[in-house]
Write a protein that binds this ligand. Structure first.
Ligand SMILES: NC(=O)c1ccc[n+]([C@@H]2O[C@H](COP(=O)([O-])OP(=O)(O)OC[C@H]3O[C@@H](n4cnc5c(N)ncnc54)[C@H](OP(=O)(O)O)[C@@H]3O)[C@@H](O)[C@H]2O)c1
Length: 230
């Protein structure tokens, strides 16, 4: 059965299907690049990890949100730090690709993400040459705008929506480049403590957002969807 949530904003409603809440919104790409949405989970005190991983913060509704946002995307992009930390496999959607942003390419190429053929690298020209499909953009580091305008080259079809799944460093880099259109943040009803990073680290710029929706589940998890104010 489809998982549902209670909507608090915009108009209150019971039993909103997660697939509809995250699949229906218009995501018309801005000129020259795809629409970029970041999807993250954080504790009430702002931590995105507990003991170094995001898993302990999520629940089944959060997993369903991640699936729904992936389903709405033509491509998943993730930072190498997250792939090294989290167990990353291929997406459920057949044919969906996952671009991993890295400078050094220090990743397990024998893991399911790459052995399945779903994973590819997004690397600057200075990075090592590895036996994995690689999009080269930028000299010493990957250039965000150039990456977004060229990702379709490795995907092999038009890319209108990109799902970014962190981590915080990659998010900060995209915020600085002005390339974030949507932020989906799950708030877990937990004080995590520790030193887990915020959802965005290292950004030297800020962005104002509009609240697109606010949903809750029976466990007190809050699911917010924000769009960048232009
Ligand atoms: N709560 C959540 O929803 C959530 C989601 C995702 C991740 N996380 C957590 O976040 C942590 C990882 O985050 P992180 O910030 O350390 O790492 P990250 O953002 O996943 O990845 C950082 C790495 O990406 C590469 N990179 C980033 N910008 C680049 C650029 N412009 N050019 C070339 N390469 C670039 C570099 O890879 P190389 O070092 O390979 O060169 C860099 O070390 C993990 O603990 C994970 O569990 C939480």
């Amino acid at each position: 059965m489809d998982r549902t949530l209670r909507r608090l904003h915009p108009e209150p409603a019971a039993d909103v299907r997660i697939a509809d809440a995250y699949g229906d919104p218009d995501r018309s790409p801005p000129p020259g690049r795809p629409w970029v949405m970041i999807t993250m989970v954080a504790s009430v005190d702002g931590a995105t990890t507990m003991n170094g991983a995001s898993g302990p913060l999520g629940n089944a509704s959060d997993t369903a949100v991640l699936s729904a946002t992936r389903a709405a995307a033509d491509l998943v992009v993730v930072g190498a730090g997250t792939v090294r930390t989290e167990r990353y496999g291929p997406p459920k959607t057949p044919g969906q690709r996952v671009g991993v942003v890295t400078s050094g390419g220090s990743l397990d190429m024998s893991g399911p993400l790459f052995s399945s053929g779903a994973g590819f690298l997004i690397m600057p020209e200075s990075g090592p040459h590895l036996d994995v499909p690689t999009l080269r953009v930028g000299d010493a580091s990957v250039d965000a705008a150039a990456m977004l305008s060229r990702v379709h080259e490795l995907v092999g079809r038009p890319v209108g929506v990109v799902q970014v799944e962190g981590g915080p460093t990659l998010n900060g880099w995209l915020v600085d480049a002005g390339c974030v259109d949507e932020f989906n943040l799950t708030l877990a009803p937990r004080i995590a403590g520790g030193a887990g990073p915020r959802a965005v680290v290292g950004a030297g710029t800020s962005a104002d957002l509009d609240l697109a929706h606010l949903l809750v589940d029976d466990g007190g998890f809050v699911f917010s969807r924000w769009t960048t104010r232009r």
